[in-house]
Ligand binder design. Structure first.
Ligand code: FE2
Length: 232
């Protein structure tokens, strides 16, 4: 478990990262140290390990938020909702992917367990307020139809839309390269140099590193610049 303590806007939050499951997925636990409230982002596997961490940290989970519904990102959802009875937030356009959870588990050779059940569907660029957390949702379809990035202060959780040096695959059902390109332009037009980008797999990154080194982002620079100007 890695731990970071970063001042973000008016909220100082801790971000804990757990690498879980055979796909080495990043599960994040966002903690407000003042209230000890916490959010799970993309709890992908191993709910017992995540529950033990919450006990150790003496925190109270208040919700689960998912960037998308692929099996490697939702595998711990049912275990956590059973333990904590907390809401599970997911974009409405991920409903179909979530409904194929069991067949996707079989396809990838994962034990299915209890399928996760979405109960808080959001749409569009909603702002969510959950306990002490103010969350900006940025719709980023492409990897999946309802893929969404979440900003909390200067932490941006991007799921499989963007990786350190790469981007998400678009060859799974519902994937679309043109949509992903548009989403990357939009995402980058909202980023600033101080943002910490937390990816669904692999290490964190930041805007400038990706602008300079990511072979998928470099060709989008002019479009990102134009979109950034429109945002001002
Ligand atoms: Fe994914």
């Amino acid at each position: 478990m890695s731990r970071r303590f970063v001042l973000s806007g008016d909220l100082a939050i801790n971000v804990h990262n757990f690498v879980v499951g055979p796909f080495q997925e990043n599960t994040f636990l966002v903690v407000d140290p003042k209230t000890r409230n916490a959010l799970f982002i993309d709890p992908g596997a191993d709910p017992d390990k995540l529950i033990a961490a919450c006990d150790e940290l003496q925190i109270k989970p208040v919700a689960i938020l998912n960037t998308h519904a692929h099996v490697d990102h939702v595998g711990a959802v049912s275990g956590l909702t059973q333990r904590y009875e907390i809401p599970f937030y997911l974009h409405k356009n991920e409903e179909q992917i979530l409904s194929h959870y069991e067949s996707a588990c079989i396809m990838f050779g994962l034990p299915p367990g209890t399928p996760p059940v979405g109960n808080h569907w959001f749409q569009k660029e909603d702002k969510l307020v959950i306990g002490p957390f103010k969350i900006t949702c940025i719709e980023t379809p492409g990897h999946t139809p309802g893929g969404t990035c979440f900003r909390i202060g200067n932490h941006v959780f991007v799921g499989d839309t963007l990786f350190n040096g790469s981007v998400g695959r678009v060859d799974l059902p519902g994937g679309n390269w043109h949509a992903l390109e548009e989403s990357l332009v939009k995402l980058f037009s909202t980023l600033n140099g101080e943002d910490i980008i937390h990816c669904g797999h692999g290490p964190d990154t930041n805007r400038d590193q990706e602008l300079q080194q990511n072979p998928y982002i470099g060709p989008l620079q002019t479009r990102i610049r134009n979109a950034s100007l429109l945002n001002k």
